[in-house]
Design a protein. Sequence first.
Length: 324
Amino acid sequence: MKLAVIGTGWIVGNFIDGLKFAPGFELFAVYSRSRERGEKFAEENGISEVYTSLDELAASPAECVYIASPNALHYAQSKRLLESGKHVICEKPITVTPAEFSELCELADRNKLVYIEAIMYMHSPVRAKLREALDDIGKVWTAHFDFSQYSSKYPAYLRGELPNIFNPAMATGSLMDLGVYCVYPAVDLFGEPETVSAVSSFLESGADAATAVSMLCKNTAVTMTSCKTGQDYAGSQIIGERGSIKIGSISKLTQAELIMNSGERRIICDDTPKDELMGNEARAFYELIAKPEKNSEKYRELRETALSVSRTMQRIRESAGIKF
């Protein structure tokens, strides 16, 4: 199955590394606005075709596309490719608004295509282990999820440049780039929130440097923090009546440990190689395309969770005053 990728950044390289876990794909083409950058990336990754026009990619023999462009471009690029009959897996956040996501889901369904979000959490086998551990710790009254990571682009911003990740015109910032990794487990494990309250600290560019959220999800108090101008070392925690679950990396679901009030401790998951994490996404995408009937329930779950997350993200932005 011929696969094209949009983008030449590090995350595309990680996705390509993960393709060894999805051998049904043939890496066929790369789309980049820069011919020079695209050709360099193609040479490094054994890709035969380079496109600098989205229309050329849409008309190409590629059957499916992985999109890893700036957030503000996700909707238009996904729409064009779905209209041309190509399956799409798009990096998080899949669209800026839930209305855009719903529209593209309908388009994909009309054209009998697969359209999903590339989010490691939903495809990790640790997700099932996490659910099992929830049974061990009893009623969960509160949980805190954090993804704070000092951005490699922040020094450039401090020098007066405006990287995409700190440019509100690109629909980015800490919530959209990092906070989505916190919203996914919150919604998946505890349900879409009844109440949402959020605050953000903003850079002069207008992008949120950090966002803090409090939500009530079926009587579980959930807090979330994300930051792109500092580094977290404490991790995330789910607190139940009989014990707690510590998670070192909420984005990768690694370094997770069950700690019971009795003193018993059990490792849920240590570390998982990045290519395997991305490979889980690629394999799931392939199986949804190749075996639609067998995976229809999984597809429904992915879509419904993604929509719930998108609605929650919009409510957080509205509460915090994040604007694009």
